[in-house]
Design a protein around this ligand. Structure first.
Ligand code: AOF
Ligand code: ZN
Length: 376
């Protein structure tokens, strides 16, 4: 049995965890509270690789005061020796008598031994399987990386009211307002990598950096470029360590182009002549590089490919109050055409706000499950 107070405490811990998830990667931002008789005795945090786990953080501070209490953790306590000793051992040694956690840790090292079994063997009551979805969402990058062997993908689109990302004549200009752009840089700062297609580099020549943020984090730049066409003087290479620019190419590129690019970037060659329609392979190729969250910033070809592969986990559309018109060349989605209204992709909004003159819409894309025209 979990009490209402404990459920509320777990929700609170999950909210903290979600806010901190970008800071602790590759580890999940576990948060733990020791509670007794409806009172929180203390909250512990994991602050990133190499630092103590959340349970140890709080148990160490409380010492004997944790005895006979309940510990609530946002993730199954670990059972393995890594940078840290197993949290299950710390819990057993502390005299804690109940442990509540929502979701098991999919880390294969932790899965070798179940925390529930270890704790129960020491007479500790274990409650799990509560707020499972909320817990997975809080550290979705960690769960996606382990369960799907790929980074979590957020796509960000800046477009006009009529859904265009650019002018038909190819002229490039920032569509979003300065306020939205600042928010985009804040978003980039929480990412491990930013990804664009080579056409975006050729047309817009973006720097792909984080600007307007004091001491920004490291951001890997990823260019998807089947035929190694990215110009060597592109601005994205300026003042950037070659280890921080990945060019993902096909296997049929001019050798001179590849050799020249090697001085500017890290090349990841995939076993296809063209990467068009291969977004699944592109995103999976990032798995070995400790990239947990990628921001996909266009353009329309890459984005449509990603959406059609169901590999856009989160979509952010920043819509500015202008109409661009012209052809659909720069429509942000031109993927698989919908034949009936019933089969249209559905967008589930999780946030909608006004940013200066723009509208920021954030949500998830779903395959059709319900009948949109029912009842019409
Ligand atoms: C916990 N509490 O606070 C966290 C956990 O290399 P280590 O020893 O730091 O272990 C990292 C793994 O531990 C990580 O991949 C995940 O499976 C788990 N994270 N577990 O009990 C924590 N951050
Ligand atoms: Zn641990």
């Amino acid at each position: 049995m979990i009490t209402e107070f404990e459920t509320q405490t777990l929700k609170h811990l999950l909210a903290i965890s979600r806010r901190n998830a970008w800071k602790t990667r590759p580890n999940p931002a576990a948060v733990a509270a020791v509670v007794n008789d409806g009172v929180i005795l203390g909250i512990g945090h994991h602050r990133g690789k190499g630092s103590p786990h959340a349970e140890v953080d709080i148990l160490h501070r409380l010492g004997d005061r944790a005895k006979d209490s309940t510990i609530i953790v946002t993730l199954e306590p670990c059972t393995h020796w890594g940078d840290n000793p197993p949290c299950t051992s710390a819990i057993i040694a502390s005299g804690i008598k109940r442990v509540i956690f929502p979701i098991i840790d999919p880390n294969p090292l932790v899965r070798k031994n179940s925390a529930t079994e270890l704790l129960q063997a020491h007479g500790i009551e274990v409650i799990s399987g509560v707020l499972v979805e909320e817990a997975a969402e809080a550290n979705i990058e960690f769960f996606t990386h382990i369960s799907q062997q790929r980074p979590y993908v957020t796509a960000k689109i800046a477009c006009s009211l009529d859904g265009k990302m650019g002018l038909d004549n190819g002229e490039s200009f920032p569509i979003s307002s300065a306020t939205s752009l600042h928010k985009v840089h804040q978003l980039r700062n929480k990412m491990d990598a930013i990804m664009v297609g080579v056409n975006t580099i050729i047309n817009d020549n973006p720097r792909l950096t984080i600007r307007g943020i004091r001491s920004p984090n490291r951001l890997i730049k990823i260019i998807v470029d089947s035929h190694a066409r990215v110009p060597l003087n592109a601005r994205c290479f300026e003042n950037t360590d070659p280890a921080d620019v990945f060019v993902i190419t096909g296997n049929d590129c001019p050798i001179d182009a590849i050799n020249a690019l090697k001085s500017k970037s890290t090349i990841i060659e995939l076993p296809f002549a063209s990467l068009k329609g291969r977004f699944d392979a592109v995103v999976k190729a990032l798995y070995p590089y400790s990239i947990y969250h990628v921001l996909l910033e266009g353009g329309p070809t890459l984005l449509s490919d990603a959406i059609d592969h169901q590999l856009v986990d989160r979509l952010i559309v920043i819509q500015s109050p202008i109409l661009i018109g012209g052809t659909s060349k720069y429509s942000f989605y031109s993927g698989n055409s919908t034949q009936t209204l019933n089969s249209a992709l559905q967008f589930q909004t999780i946030r909608r706000q006004s940013i200066g003159p723009d509208i920021w819409i954030e949500g998830m894309i779903h395959r059709p499950t319900s009948n949109l025209t029912k009842g019409i």
